[in-house]
Write a protein that binds this ligand. Structure first.
Ligand code: GDP
Ligand code: MG
Length: 177
């Protein structure tokens, strides 16, 4: 309901990161509006979306930033990361290259982001198992190696989307309190 504002206990910023086409915008629209788009409209869309999440007895307002397609040119600037406490680093399980680029994105996050940022590695498009190029085990191993949380999701089927954002929020809350 937009006609009134709930009192929230915390407000924090989180960012979506990863190669173009991996499903970042759809994960965010699924999470914030329960919507999915079959076509990719990288330049249309909001800069960020809000959602209130209850963790224990606290109400946390998360402001989640999405790129407007700049990731295609590796032109994401430091202001995108500024003040962010969390990041979802997304790859596409059907596109190996997007998984191989995860380490590049991690370098960028660690260069521009704060050192205690909660990062969740997300293997999206789990509904496309028949054209999978990255096993779940590989995703999990990389996450362990880099000390990240890990989950596979499907924005299309709305599978694990809620869980992945909640995991990030809960971990941020743990660090803040
Ligand atoms: P972004 O560039 O990372 O923001 O990616 P988009 O959210 O624009 O998605 C790119 C394309 O992948 C679009 O055609 C989406 O419909 C599609 N897509 C996104 N998430 C999923 C998913 O979970 N499963 C499938 N099958 N397609 C998806
Ligand atoms: Mg996008």
């Amino acid at each position: 309901d937009s006609s009134y504002e709930e009192e929230c206990d915390y407000l924090f910023k989180a960012v979506l990161i990863g190669d173009s086409g991996v499903g970042k915008s759809n994960l965010l629209s699924r999470f914030s509006k329960d919507e999915f788009r079959l076509d990719s409209k990288p330049t249309i869309g909001v800069e960020f979306a809000y959602r209130n999440i209850r963790v224990g007895d606290k109400l946390i307002k998360s402001q989640i930033w999405d790129t407007a397609g700049q990731e295609r040119f590796r032109a994401i600037t430091s202001s995108y990361y500024r003040g962010a406490l969390g990041a979802l680093l997304v790859y596409d399980i059907t596109r190996r290259a997007s998984f191989e680029n995860v380490t590049k994105w991690l370098h960028e996050i660690r260069e521009f982001g704060s050192s205690d940022m909660v990062i969740v590695l997300v293997g999206n498009k789990s509904d496309l198992g028949h054209s999978r190029e990255v096993s779940e085990e590989e995703g999990r191993s990389l996450a362990e190696l880099e000390s990240l949380c890990f989950m596979e999701t499907s924005a299309l089927q709305n599978s694990n989307v809620e869980e992945v954002f909640l995991a990030m929020v809960a971990n941020i809350h743990k660090i803040m309190s």
